[in-house]
Ligand binder design. Structure first.
Ligand code: UN1
Length: 494
């Protein structure tokens, strides 16, 4: 197997460092996916220089023509959906049904971006003066540095990249070191679809080196980062100092609330999918389950019974419900939180350890884990774990449930199961999250709506939908005075 390369300056090239890192299958460490460049700051430097040339060309390409490229990208992704899903599962572990969905989110984002090429609306508004026009329109910004996580190897890069490109920016892409193969495949598709080569640069490597060099680079005015709140803070400090435009998408501690009047069958399916899908490694994962007194005991009993039956395994094998964690450090972190939960006095209702099945011994598997009697305010209840660990909190009523939901520093998504329409609307109004689901789990955002969170989850920007186009473009205003005279705004007509 040959080593993978970066894509810089319009060509596939080896890293300046001459160093590579291994990418192995988390379900079976004996399976080597490939060796990928451990690039250095010099590679980022070359990528940015090339991306600046790419930008000069791309910003002059009409937006509908930029959209045409993205439509072809969507077509290619659709035609390769199965192969992409397979390589993604192989390098990050979640079951094929989920990686297929991940690719589909990329396809949806491509087609949405393609049509946006014929909108990119500005406004034309009346001037306060006679014979004068006033209007706004959108301009591209420059080189966008995109730093993405492992858990949605296709959806999250495309959420950022396609709107960035549609708006006329060029891109330097640094995928997570756990999913470099997906990043490679995506860039191949962009090139095949006819994107001018210097418009996209792919630089593999470590966040502390490549990501940092990108964030520090004076000629990268736009940064979009998805990852931990701790790293996001560092990125934000630099971008603040350098006056960069920055979109942050960070941690979550999302709750599903189930009230006494809820459809419990529905709520049960919801929490199993929300908590253990992607092995709990989603920013939108359900990591807290807030249950009202009246249904608490029976719901926990049914939930534990079902969670115990979830089938752990290789995501590429039919019948697998839950894949491995992405790497050893991530499993060690989950184990640490199980210890924290125990020491805080929570009751371990199921899971809590590695599976005994010998066929899983070469992967980073961990059992779906549920703690009950979790105290609001405890570390288990407050901190993001990013693994298959669900904390159950008992409450008396909807008010208390809402307060518990809001009592964390994150605010990505929330979910409420109830048949009472007034409670449902109050939840949408009062829960401090960027997304609230009614009678649906905390995961399942659609590509054409804004995605993001409040508090320490984000910094006010959204991905997806129509709002992301605001982030990747600059508003410019034009005034055209055809009166033939000096007209002084705010003065001559008042
Ligand atoms: C994430 O949780 O990291 O909402 C992104 C969802 C997906 C995107 C999640 N469409 O489940």
């Amino acid at each position: 197997m040959s080593d993978f390369k970066n894509f810089i300056g319009g060509a596939w090239v080896a890293p300046s460092t001459g160093e590579y890192f291994e990418n192995r299958n988390p379900a079976d460490q004996r399976d080597l996916v490939g060796r990928f460049p451990a690039s250095g700051a010099a590679d980022v430097q070359r990528a940015v220089e090339s991306a600046k040339r790419g930008f000069e060309e791309w910003k002059r390409t009409p937006a509908p023509a930029r959209g045409d490229v993205l439509r072809r990208v969507g077509d290619l992704m659709a035609s390769r959906k199965e192969a992409l899903a397979d390589l993604m599962t192989r390098e990050m572990g979640k079951p094929l049904a989920e990686t297929r969905g991940d690719v589909q989110e990329g396809i949806d984002t491509a087609y949405y971006a393609a049509t946006e090429g014929r909108r990119l609306f500005g406004h034309t508004v009346p001037s306060e003066l006679r014979n004068k026009w006033a209007m706004s329109f959108r301009r591209p910004i420059g080189v966008a540095g995109l730093i993405t996580p492992f858990n949605f190897p296709m959806a999250i890069p495309t959420w950022k990249m396609f709107p960035a490109l549609l708006c006329g920016n060029s891109v330097v892409f640094k995928p997570a070191e756990d999913v470099p193969h997906a990043g490679h495949a995506l860039v191949e598709i962009l090139l095949e679809a006819g994107l001018p080569p210097e418009v996209i640069q792919l630089v593999h490597g470590m966040g502390e080196v490549v990501g940092k060099a990108l964030v520090d680079h004076a000629d990268v005015p736009l940064i979009s980062f998805t990852g931990s709140t701790e790293t996001g803070r560092l990125v934000g400090e630099t971008c603040g100092r350098m006056h960069k435009r920055l979109s942050l998408e960070m941690g979550g501690k999302n709750a599903q609330i189930v009230l006494d009047d809820a459809d419990l069958d529905l709520a049960l399916e919801g929490v199993l999918w929300g908590a253990f899908g992607t092995t709990g490694q989603r920013c939108t994962a359900t990591s807290r389950l807030i249950l009202q007194d009246g249904i608490h005991d029976q719901f926990v009993e049914r939930l534990v019974e079902r969670a115990r039956k979830l089938k752990l395994g290789d995501g590429r094998v039919a019948g697998t419900d839950v894949g491995p964690l992405v790497h050893e450090a991530s499993r060690a972190n989950v184990e640490r939180y199980v210890e924290i939960g125990r020491s805080e006095g929570a009751t371990l209702a199921c899971g809590g350890g590695r599976p005994s099945d010998a066929s899983l011994a070469n992967g980073f598997f961990f059992e779906p884990t549920i703690f009950t009697d979790v105290r609001a305010g405890s570390r288990l209840e407050q901190e993001e774990i990013f693994g298959p660990v669900l904390s159950v909190i008992r409450v008396r009523n909807a008010e208390e449930a809402f307060a518990v939901n809001n009592g964390v520093r994150y605010g990505l998504s929330s979910s409420v199961y109830t048949r009472d329409v007034t409670v449902a609307f109050r939840a949408m109004q009062d829960l401090d999250n960027g997304i609230t689901y009614v009678n649906a789990p905390t995961i399942g955002a659609e590509a054409h709506l804004p995605f993001g969170g409040v508090k320490e989850t984000g910094n006010g920007h959204r991905e997806g939908g129509w709002e992301v186009y605001e982030f990747y473009s600059e508003t410019k205003v034009g005034y055209v005075d055809y009166s033939g005279a000096l007209q002084r705004a705010q003065i001559d007509n008042y």
